[in-house]
Design a protein around this ligand. Structure first.
Ligand code: SF4
Length: 200
């Protein structure tokens, strides 16, 4: 069962290619200092439970737009890979009618990464920083978890389907730190980056 905080329709080239629907799932293991979606942290308090089939029926309204623009659905959150099994079910229902993307921190279990690798077309990975101390201070988590899962994901699907976000975090990292993280990630095989500055 999904726990869905919100479904945002008809987004154009924001969360990937074409016209997309962003599905914001609930729950996250991290606690980022400038999290833009803290409401998702509290579980079912704010959202609604949906099966993969119910979700597919609801988003199907926009299927013609997806198909005309090479768009589709993007799972975000919170941490959408907490629902990897449900996304897999959803993917079985929609087959290859449209693309399925995910915005993830990869701060999940290895089985969740493997399931996601088998059913998601493109990953936007929010790594934040490749410096363990910064990662810990900013997210509360251990960088090694995210990096190990990134390596696993690369080994499963290659790096072409993975874009990594590395922000400048005001008060915590500079453009020099950002480039240092990029260098570390390039050595893992990452070639596609989204570099920007958080506005806090
Ligand atoms: S990983 Fe995303 S949802 Fe989770 S705390 Fe960080 S910014 Fe918020």
């Amino acid at each position: 069962m999904f726990r869905i905080m919100n479904i945002s329709r008809l987004r154009i080239k924001i969360d990937g290619e074409g016209v997309r629907t962003l599905i914001i799932t609930e729950g996250c293991s991290l606690r980022c200092r400038y999290c833009f979606n803290k409401d998702t942290w509290d579980g079912i308090k704010h959202g609604r439970k949906m099966t993969a089939s119910q979700l597919y029926d609801e988003i199907s309204l926009d299927r013609p737009y997806f198909m005309a623009t090479r768009g589709g659905v993007t799972f975000g959150g919170g941490e959408p890979l907490l629902y990897a099994d449900q996304i897999n079910e959803f993917r079985t229902l929609c087959r290859n009618e449209f693309s399925v993307f995910a915005e993830t921190s990869l701060y999940v279990s290895k089985p969740a990464v493997l399931t996601a690798a088998s059913c998601i077309d493109h990953f936007i990975v929010d790594i934040k920083s490749a410096d363990p101390a910064v990662y810990k201070a900013y997210t509360g988590g251990e960088l090694a978890v995210a990096i190990d899962n990134l390596k696993l994901l690369i080994s499963e699907i290659g790096s072409e389907k993975i874009e990594v976000r590395v922000p400048i975090i005001p008060g915590m990292t500079t453009d020099v730190d950002q480039q240092s993280s990029v260098s570390i990630l390039k050595k893992l095989g990452i070639t596609r980056f989204d570099l920007f500055t958080y506005s806090c």
